[in-house]
Design a protein around this ligand. Structure first.
Ligand SMILES: Nc1ncnc2c1ncn2[C@@H]1O[C@H](COP(=O)(O)OP(=O)(O)OP(=O)(O)O)[C@@H](O)[C@H]1O
Ligand SMILES: [Mg+2]
Length: 492
């Protein structure tokens, strides 16, 4: 079933059930009240009659005698003829004193149960009774419905001596009730009509909002992430629309991220193919030269050295990729120990001094005599090697200073250079795989692949430490490494 019809059905059911119940309660209450009013009035007549038209005396034997003022009774009945009020006076269950011409049928006599109530002093009220039609104005053939009450009369000894029955034609009451019923039915019909119109408007309004969301979802499913829906309310649908907007935004961001990653991957494969082709061509040329003895004896050793270097470069490229994947997929386990980091730094400087001097860079080292670090030895060397190599790579005739100090339950190592530095955009991206701030520098002798820092980042995460970078274009760069102590790690 369509949502709009479900909504309408829900509204309508509520309106119909509510107005129906209210109408029934209202109708029932009015009916009861109308009867109650009529009974009150009739009871009043009965007491007046008792006072005015009935006299109780006692004969010589002490028996109570009822003296009726018939003319008074008739006069009162005449006065109330417009209300079709009739009086009957019983002296026992079956004996009627007034009217004297009244024909008491078997079923007109007072029932035993009612008589018992009357003897106890209660007034008996009955909603409906019948009396035969008699006047000309009344159509023959059926009885007239009447409502009546029976009021008891006691003598001075407290004996029930008479019962005054006041009967009233129900047509007055039923007429009134019919008018009320008609009004109630009209009101309910009006309420339902208004309900239908309102439910159509509300359901239409809701389905319009849903249709708008559906269209937008279709657009997003088709790959359009520029969709934005305006909202101004705070209903559930508005909140859903807000959620939808933020979902589209994160989809757009991740889509852009995927595109960026893809572009970098594509660039990397193009670079890698290019990088590999050069050494492979060199190796191939040299091998052919050796095979055909085209290389003079004195150059052979140099050629072999060249081939070895080129092969190393290839292996490095492949290894770095494999390493990155291994760290990422959690295949690498660190074997952490505590050792002196100052010694490690000295070793690295020794190994890289040659390279640094080739581009006119000088090393400066600021450390205490001894400083312990808790890390995987080989991985720590790999991290510092990578960052220091970058510093050499992007600094000419400058100073590369390395410092180590004790921090708050951690060991801090800083590697600074005063090289070319980076701008903010570059800084945001350097941890990403295959990222190279300047793609034109792809053919340096270090074989840039854009993997170094992403490996450093992953390794620092594995150490539960951190790596941060500060840089200014044209001024230089500082990398800060923080290795938590064994103590600190055991608390985490
Ligand atoms: N000290 C630095 N000064 C200026 N730019 C730097 C520095 N260190 C890194 N960068 C920038 O960050 C980029 C990413 O560095 P990363 O070490 O990840 O890759 P790479 O050095 O290009 O390649 P490799 O995988 O061979 O290390 C570099 O290409 C460079 O543009
Ligand atoms: Mg590097």
């Amino acid at each position: 079933m369509k949502f709009i019809y479900q909504q309408m059905l829900a509204f309508l059911s509520i309106i119909i059930i509510l107005s129906g119940t209210l109408a029934m309660v209202f109708f029932h209450l009015t009916k009861e009240m109308t009867y109650e009013n009529a009974w009150q009035q009739m009871q009043g007549y009965a007491y007046t009659l008792r006072k005015e038209a009935l006299k109780l005396t006692t004969d010589k034997a002490g028996k109570t005698i009822i003296v009726l003022n018939v003319s008074q009774l008739k006069a009162t009945e005449k006065l109330l003829s417009a209300q079709h009020t009739h009086f009957t006076i019983y002296t026992s269950r079956t004996d009627v004193l007034y009217p004297d011409n009244s024909v008491i049928r078997e079923n007109r006599s007072i029932s035993k149960a009612d008589w018992k109530k009357l003897t106890a002093g209660n007034v008996v009220k009955r909603k409906q009774d019948f009396r035969p039609r008699k006047s000309k104005s009344e159509v023959d053939g059926s009885d007239v419905k009447i409502t009546d009450i029976y009021a008891p009369c006691f003598d001075y000894q407290g004996n029930l001596v008479a019962v005054i029955k006041v009967g009233e034609d129900l047509s007055n009451i039923t007429q009134n009730l019919q008018i009320i019923r008609r009004n109630v039915v009209l009101t309910v019909a009006f309420a339902i009509l208004v309900g239908v119109i309102l439910s159509i408007i509300i359901a239409h309004f809701l389905t319009k909002k849903i249709a708008r969301l559906r269209n937008a979802t279709d657009l997003v499913a088709a790959g359009n992430f520029d969709v934005h829906l305006d909202t101004n309310g705070d209903s559930e649908l508005d909140k859903l629309t807000l959620d939808f907007n933020s979902m589209v935004q994160s989809l757009r961001e991740s889509n852009e991220e995927i595109k960026r990653q893809e572009e970098r991957r594509r660039q990397f494969f193009a670079d890698a193919a290019h990088e590999m082709r050069t050494p492979l061509t060199t190796i191939n040329g040299l091998l052919e030269g050796l095979a055909y003895d085209a290389i003079p004896e004195e150059s052979k050793e140099k050629s072999i050295e060249l081939m070895r270097n080129e092969t190393k470069r290839l292996i490095r490229l492949v290894n770095e990729n494999l390493d990155y994947e291994k760290i990422r997929s959690g295949q690498i386990e660190l074997s952490k120990t505590e050792f002196d980091v100052v010694q490690v730094l000295n070793n690295i400087i020794k190994q890289l001094r040659n390279k640094a001097e080739q581009v006119g860079d000088k090393f400066e080292l600021y450390t205490p005599d001894k400083l312990m670090v808790y890390a995987d030895y080989d991985r720590l060397v790999q991290i510092i090697f990578n960052i220091t190599q970058n510093a050499i790579q992007f600094t000419e005739n400058g100073v590369i200073s390395i410092s180590a100090e004790k921090g708050n339950e951690e060991t801090i190592i800083r590697i600074s250079d005063n090289g070319i530095g980076m701008n903010e955009e570059q800084l945001r991206n350097i941890w990403e795989r295959y990222y190279k701030a300047d793609p034109s520098r792809k053919n340096t002798k270090y074989g840039e692949s854009g993997l170094g820092l992403s490996i450093v980042h992953q390794l620092m995460q594995l150490h539960q430490g951190s790596v941060t970078v500060e840089s200014k274009e044209g001024k230089g760069t500082t990398f800060t490494l923080r290795f938590p102590n064994k103590n600190k790690l055991s608390k985490i």
